[in-house]
Ligand binder design. Structure first.
Ligand code: FES
Length: 123
C-alpha cells in the first residue's frame, strides 16, 4: 500500500539518530496511535546545519520523518517552519489515506524543535 519512495525512506531512513549537544529538540506524540517522534537540531546562524530523528512509529511515520529531515537541512528556521505535513506527504508522492495522520508527527516535531531553539535563544 506504500509507493516506492515511501518504501525507500522506510527501509533506508535518512538522518536517524541523536545529535549530542543539539540546540533544539522537539518531541511529539500521536494521539491516534500513541507513536512518538523526537527531532534533534543543530542550528547555526539561523540555518539548520544538522538534523536527526528517532521515532517509535509505523512505516509512514519513519518515512515522513526521514523526508522532513532532508527537506529542512540547510534551510533557514523561517523556511523550515513553513514545511507543512501536507508538503511532506506530497514530497513522498502521497500516503495511503489511513496513514495521513502519521505524517503529522514529522513536521510537528520539526516545528517543536525550532520553537525550542527559539525559546532557548530568546527569539
Ligand atoms: Fe502511528 Fe503511523 S500508526 S504514526
Amino acid at each position: 500500500m506504500y509507493n516506492d519512495k515511501v518504501m525507500d525512506h522506510f527501509a533506508n531512513p535518512r538522518n536517524v539518530g541523536e545529535i549530542a549537544g543539539a540546540n533544539g529538540i522537539g518531541e511529539v506524540g500521536n494521539a491516534k496511535c500513541g507513536d512518538i517522534m523526537k527531532i534533534y537540531l543543530q542550528v547555526e546562524d539561523n540555518i539548520i546545519k544538522d538534523i536527526k530523528f528517532k521515532t517509535f512509529g509505523c512505516g509512514a511515520a519513519i518515512a515522513t520523518s526521514s523526508m522532513v529531515t532532508e527537506m529542512c537541512k540547510g534551510k533557514t528556521l523561517e523556511e523550515a517552519l513553513e514545511i507543512s505535513n501536507q508538503a511532506v506527504a506530497e514530497a513522498l508522492g502521497g500516503l495511503p489515506p489511513v496513514k495521513m495522520h502519521c505524517s503529522n508527527l514529522a513536521a510537528d516535531a520539526l516545528h517543536e524543535a525550532i520553537k525550542d531553539y527559539m525559546q532557548k535563544n530568546g527569539k
